[in-house]
Design a protein around this ligand. Structure first.
Ligand code: ME8
Length: 515
């Protein structure tokens, strides 16, 4: 038997210096939908997420709160894990950079880069932003009205001088550009790819990769006064996560990653530094780095029940987990910025979920319960209208695959809902409630076709709405083994005569709370 194809997906690892916010939830949801999609394809998926616990930012927050950075991390990591659980995030491993195995991996990759001649000791002086954990050239900084020097992200910078190890990033400029050229999908979306190419073309300076002013981090092997720059440590999580440096470990087969999903603010670290480190260490490069956009609350007042603080917990409490997952992935073109508001979320819930898909399922299934002895009806020969809607729904898997290939999650959902709309028009124009009296055999066929459309759509929405997809499949008595994309092969249809449970609505309307 041939090995199943592997698929390795990662999120960024979050800074646990505060509670998780909507941006973290968004990244987790999108990545989870991608991981679930590939599992439904039958692939051997490894999905990594985690926490980035080192660096001066953690140290400073901990000091302010009068606790150790480890205590701070422990407290917030529990919140991140609770968020993942709430959002139904199906990660295979939650990595923490404070784990000993991770320290070992960082030291191993450091030694490889050193052995390649890419690390040297010097001293560093420059404009440092604590907030960004990055040094900037003078030309990248500006002076604010009150005389504060600011980095390119608008954060305060200060002049810092210290002894530091450097990574010979300048030596990788041509190799990086050649890699971008040869692998057009390496960086996505295209706007980010162009941004990175022009950044690299403008010239790369060697990178300061150690610090001596604090010790909360991974020690530099052989020179323990230094801890590694937090980004060397953070990026390495992607290989620690699959067993590095033990290349004999069972999970190393997953490397290189198929996709690193990150936000647009950290694309440079992932598309420039990380591949250079990997080249230096003689390791394979990830196949793709994809930057999603930022989410903003457009300042619209959310409803009272949601409260003023819009965090992932209050949001899912108010609207439900699957509707929130659907909203973010449908509303925001993946790779672009997006915004959310109470009205926009309620509109998606009521229009797309309750009215379009919810009603289609509930109306057809309750007619079957009442008029077909609660069994999948026996269809007669298909009319042209039946064939047209079946062809449309049969074609969705191919469309979803194409969309997923480009990580266009919103396009996948748009295709599915285009067919949901077609199916509603089909149902309305066939009028099965009239056929009940005039032509019961034809009614049975229309209900069969509609139920088959619902089955296929239920399979396809599982990556985005796992619980709702499962509930629809339960309502159609689809067995646990028949819920993958293999069940969407052209010859697979609902089996007539299968007894069905009493249907209950899967997508309730959102009703405004009395204020
Ligand atoms: O950057 N909308 O951690 P982090 C969407 N530890 N995404 C957002 C967002 C928003 N408003 N705000 C942040 C770090 N993000 C590093 C990563 S990876 C080796 C190390 C995204 O907690 C952000 O772009 O600040 C990043 O991908 C993720 O949330 C974690 O951000």
């Amino acid at each position: 038997m041939s090995e199943r194809q592997t698929f390795y997906l990662t999120t960024a690892i979050s800074y646990p210096n505060g509670a998780p916010h909507i941006g973290h939830a968004y990244e987790a949801i999108a990545s989870d939908a991608i991981a679930r999609f590939h599992r439904l394809e039958g692939r051997d998926v490894f999905f990594l997420t985690g926490a980035d616990e080192h660096g001066i930012k953690m140290l400073q927050t901990a000091r302010r709160e009068g606790i150790t950075p480890k205590e701070l991390a422990d407290r917030n990591v529990a919140q991140f894990k609770a968020m993942d659980e709430r959002l139904n995030i199906s990660f295979d491993r939650f990595i923490r950079t404070s784990e000993p195995a991770h320290h070992e991996a960082c030291q191993a990759i450091w030694e490889k880069m050193g052995a390649a001649g890419d690390i040297y000791l010097d001293s560093y002086a420059g404009w440092y932003s604590v907030r960004d954990e990055a040094y900037y050239g003078e030309e990248e900084t500006t002076l604010s009205a009150d005389g504060q020097r600011l980095g390119p992200q608008g954060t305060p910078v200060e002049w810092v001088e210290e002894s530091s190890y450097f990574f010979r990033l300048s030596a990788y400029q041509d190799r990086l550009l050649a890699h971008y050229e040869a692998n057009p999908d390496f960086i996505g979306p295209d706007s980010r790819r162009n941004e990175i190419i022009s950044f690299v073309k403008s010239g790369l300076k060697d990178l300061s990769i150690s610090r001596t002013t604090f010790d909360w981090g991974v020690k530099v092997p052989g020179d323990e006064k230094h801890v590694m720059y937090v980004w060397v440590d953070a990026l390495t999580n992607y290989i620690t996560g699959v067993g590095y440096p033990e290349e004999a470990s069972a999970n190393w087969k997953f490397w290189p990653a198929d996709a690193h999903i990150i936000g647009k603010d950290i694309i440079r670290f992932h598309a420039v530094y990380w591949p250079a480190f990997l080249m230096s260490a003689g390791l394979a490069l990830p196949r793709r780095v994809f930057a999603h956009g930022f989410l903003f609350n457009r300042g619209e007042k959310m409803s009272k029940s949601v409260g003023n603080v819009i965090n992932p917990f209050t949001l899912t409490e108010a609207y439900g987990v699957d509707p929130v997952r659907y909203f973010f992935l449908r509303e925001v073109p993946f790779g672009q910025d997006g915004s959310y508001s109470h009205d926009a979320i309620v509109n998606r819930i009521n229009a797309d979920l309750a009215n379009d898909l919810g009603n289609l399922a509930q109306r057809s299934l309750s007619m079957i319960a009442k008029n077909c002895e609660g069994r999948v009806p026996e269809p007669a020969a298909f009319s042209d209208a039946d064939k047209t809607i079946l062809a449309a729904v049969d074609g969705l898997l191919a469309e979803a695959r194409t969309a997923m290939e480009g990580l266009q999650l919103h396009a996948m959902l748009a295709s599915i809902w285009r067919v949901v709309a077609d199916a509603n028009r089909y149902f309305a124009s066939e009028e099965p409630w009239t056929l009940r009296k005039t032509d019961p055999a034809r009614m049975a066929t229309v209900l069969y076709v509609t139920a088959e459309v619902v089955r296929r759509i239920a399979v396809l929405i599982q990556p985005v709405m796992p619980a709702s997809g499962a509930a629809l499949l339960d309502a159609l008595a689809v067995g646990a083994d028949d819920r993958t994309f293999a069940a969407l092969e052209p010859d697979r249809r609902l089996e007539a005569g299968t007894p069905l449970p009493m249907p209950s609505p899967v997508f309730p309307r959102y009703v405004e709370q009395e204020e």
